[in-house]
Design a protein around this ligand. Structure first.
Ligand SMILES: Cc1cc2nc3c(=O)[nH]c(=O)nc-3n(C[C@H](O)[C@H](O)[C@H](O)COP(=O)(O)OP(=O)(O)OC[C@H]3O[C@@H](n4cnc5c(N)ncnc54)[C@H](O)[C@@H]3O)c2cc1C
Length: 477
């Protein structure tokens, strides 16, 4: 058994990796720049309410449960996850609103009432996507699926589907434009076009109607919190407020980590939860020279995803029945989202007031070009729009975040949460869990998995840790 592993960052990927290693008997130290765990997925107390900083919904409960099982944590018992009945509605000026509910029949019937015949097309589409999801699901839990994995799972049948952009998949359904727009909403909220988006986003409706969409009773932030608590109990040493400056290397292998304070911790194994910054910012010059120039240029030029703007609200009035209300405008950065917590967690209402969030994606290039004043201007424009105030009696804005605020609070590299998961990035391959260039360096987190949800980040941490254990000669059960 070798020495202490250092994990950089206590986001979902870093926490899952640290816990997996500790369960296997390894000594682990986590260095985290913030003063607590969770990164983008952490919980915050604002104005007497509990808010999730970023995420609002769990769309891949089976993936999260798989990761929790590998981590020896009972997800049901610890998280008390609640199924969302009326998941979302999408409205657009001049278009008929579309409601997607937990129940396939209720959703299809509602669509069929307004577009006769479209209900059957919707059912066929959901069934086809459910079959594709079942074939592809095992591949999400393998670090680098090879030909044998693809053949064994039957996912070879989905290769033509995977090569298509989301726009082609959705248009081939023959569903009305308003419905297609509603099904593609996960693309809009990620600030992508349908043409650039990867086809697996078409699997989401089948996930909602089968596995379900969920929110834990204590919010999404309870997921990283649970992992951090379990890791602490298992002996992982957390150092909060410990910002890493450099991964130190010698002869192409990790030899230590240097903190912003100048302190050096020696180790021959690092798992980084810092995404692109691992290669473009924190690797020492000697290590960085090992990254082939073409790959470095590719990394430098990946389109980045901004966390967008966000307002944390206290609201009075009857909560909408849909947990998520999307509003789409036909303009750049035209997607908006109101998250109404009591639609799933009625106990969050306090003396008539309840917590809500208003979210709008902002194109990363634009956010960087316009800087703090442009970002704040965009946020103010979103706040002055009338659609989200409909049906609400009173609104208090408790806090706001621009991409610049996110960068400071969540220690984001280049004000970005990760590379945009475009169809091209998915095909070219995300960042590998085991660095191909630096011995002893492993990566976990949203840049290392074709999906960028909380569940996928947890899976990525498990996969990175298990590769490290296998490489160190530990038996991986
Ligand atoms: C507005 C918004 C909405 C979202 N909605 C959803 C949703 O509904 N459902 C869903 O599943 N996902 C959602 N996501 C995505 C999800 O939250 C993220 O993909 C996920 O939390 C990222 O986890 P990660 O492991 O990549 O690490 P991160 O959360 O990025 O954590 C990295 C950690 O590293 C630390 N760090 C950075 N630099 C250093 C350094 N130099 N030294 C030490 N520590 C450092 C950071 O402080 C941070 O704690 C959303 C994200 C946002 C922003």
């Amino acid at each position: 058994m070798s020495g202490r592993v250092i994990v950089l960052g206590a986001g979902m990927g870093g926490l899952a990796a640290a816990l997996r290693l500790a369960r296997a008997g390894r000594a682990v130290t986590v260095l985290e720049a913030a003063d607590g765990p969770g990164g983008l997925a952490r919980a915050e107390a604002i104005g007497g309410f509990r808010f999730d900083a970023g995420p609002y919904i769990l769309l891949d409960r089976p993936g999260l449960e798989w990761a929790f099982e590998r981590l020896g944590v009972d997800a049901d018992a610890r998280l008390h996850i609640r199924r969302v009945p009326e998941v979302y509605e999408v409205a657009a000026p001049g278009a008929s609103p579309v409601r997607i509910q937990d129940s396939l029949d209720a959703t299809a019937d509602d669509i069929g009432t307004r577009w006769p015949g479209a209900d059957d097309r919707y059912r066929r589409f959901v069934r086809a996507m459910a079959a594709a999801y079942a074939r592809m699901q095992p591949l999400q839990r393998i670090s680098r699926p090879g030909l044998r994995d693809v053949l064994g799972s039957g996912a070879w049948r989905d290769i033509p589907f995977l090569l298509k952009p989301l726009s082609a998949v959705l248009r081939s359904t023959g569903l009305p434009d308003d419905v297609v727009r509603a099904l593609a909403v996960w693309t809009h909220v990620a600030g992508q076009t349908l043409e650039a988006a990867p086809s697996p986003l078409a699997l989401v409706p089948s996930l909602i109607h089968s596995a379900g969409a969920y929110v834990p009773e204590a919010g999404i932030g309870s997921i990283p919190r649970t992992l951090a608590d379990e890791a602490t109990a298992e002996g992982v040493a957390f150092r909060w407020g410990a910002r890493v400056r450099r991964i130190l290397t010698a002869a192409g292998r990790v030899r230590g980590v240097e903190c912003e304070t100048g302190e050096v911790l020696e180790t021959d194994r690092v798992i980084s939860n810092l995404g692109l910054a691992t290669y473009l910012h924190v690797l020492d010059p000697e290590g960085a020279r090992r990254v082939p120039a073409r790959r470095r240029a590719w990394l430098e030029n990946l389109p980045l995803q901004s966390p967008g703007v966000c307002a944390y609200l206290a609201v009075r009035g009857a909560p909408p029945s849909s947990y998520l209300r999307f509003h789409l405008r036909d303009e750049p950065d035209g997607c908006r989202l109101l998250v109404s917590t009591p639609a799933v967690l009625p106990e969050t209402v306090q003396e008539g007031w309840w917590p809500a969030r208003l979210i709008a994606p902002m194109n990363h290039t634009r956010a960087v070009r316009e800087g703090e004043s442009g970002q704040r201007g965009f946020l103010e424009q979103v706040l002055t729009e009338s659609w989200w105030r409909e049906g609400l009696d009173e609104v208090r804005i408790l806090a706001t975040r621009t991409p610049g605020d996110w960068a400071r609070d969540a220690h984001l590299f280049r004000q970005s949460m990760n590379p945009v998961m475009t169809a091209a990035f998915m095909r070219a391959g995300r960042l590998a869990h085991r660095s191909p260039w630096i011995g002893g360096l492993y990566l976990a987190g949203s840049a290392t998995h074709p999906g960028q949800w909380v569940s996928f980040c947890a899976i990525s941490g498990v996969l990175a840790a298990e590769l490290l254990l296998g490489d160190s000669g530990d038996r991986v059960p």
